[in-house]
Design a protein around this ligand. Sequence first.
Ligand code: CP
Length: 332
Amino acid sequence: MKHFTTVHDVKNIDSLIDDALLLKNNPFTHQHLGKNKTLGLIFLNPSLRTRMSAQKAAMNLGMNVISMNVDKDGWALEYEDGAIMNGNKIEHIKDAAAVMGTYCDIIGIRCFPNLQNKAEDYSEKVFIKFMKYCKVPIISLESATLHPLQSFADLISIKETWKQKIKPKIVLTWAPHIKALPQAVANSFSEWMLKADYDLTIAHPNGYELSEDYTGGAKITNNQKEAMLGADYVYVKNWSCYNEYGKITAEHNDWVLTKEKMKITNDAKIMHCLPVRRNIELSDELIDCSNSLIIKQAENRVYAAQAVLKSILEKENIITQKINHEEKLANS
Ligand code: CP
């Protein structure tokens, strides 16, 4: 793997899951891969799980880690090419990313959307500029449109808990929230479940349609009850409107997931990426019940990140060995 920004960067999803589960049993078996290598973790937005799990994954592989809150501790960045920088932006992304690339062997970036301009957010402008100028492998720690490390950890959590031969019925259900949130987790979850060839139903109130670029192939309904019938896994997540971009068009408090609504499922497991606003998105009793996979999902963030880092380090190792071999041949 060269970069990890979407499920499409993964050649073989089953073998990546197997690798993550092997690493979960034996986390320290590949420390030689990360020796003298540095992972840079660049945050333009807050994080608990992504920051700590990526750091732990890198340490398990013997890597060093440099973490920076660019939004708070760095210079204000300019992203426009050719900008005359006479305003409050101090450093151009061209220079900042190029410098970071000289300090780090792999860089992870978290960069949320502004939810004001759909075209700009969905072009992944900031992310692509980092990738272009830092010149080292890039891992998404959540971009404007996708959160692949979260979805990979979600898939690992399903694989670990589903013991039947037939594929499970998976439901992604919209939940209310007090703030406008990105579509990234929902887009990404849909992409990963479809790539894994799972039966995915997405339920949301009218107006909260996601982009078909990510959901094409899923069943989509505005009827939450119909979606929940016979579900094996229920993933709860809020997102703001994609069409009326970044808006919350109505509150829809009747979409809060409750114990009563779970009765028509197949004793479904409950999933959420965290952080969760308790008793707004779903009730305490569901978050804390024995069917909740929420803490397992967060734990599996470590092994998702570790499998991805391992795959990138292995590829980089092969490239380095090839260059060394060619140099040896040229000098002999
Ligand atoms: N789920 C997740 O990405 O959590 P953080 O925002 O805390 O990293």
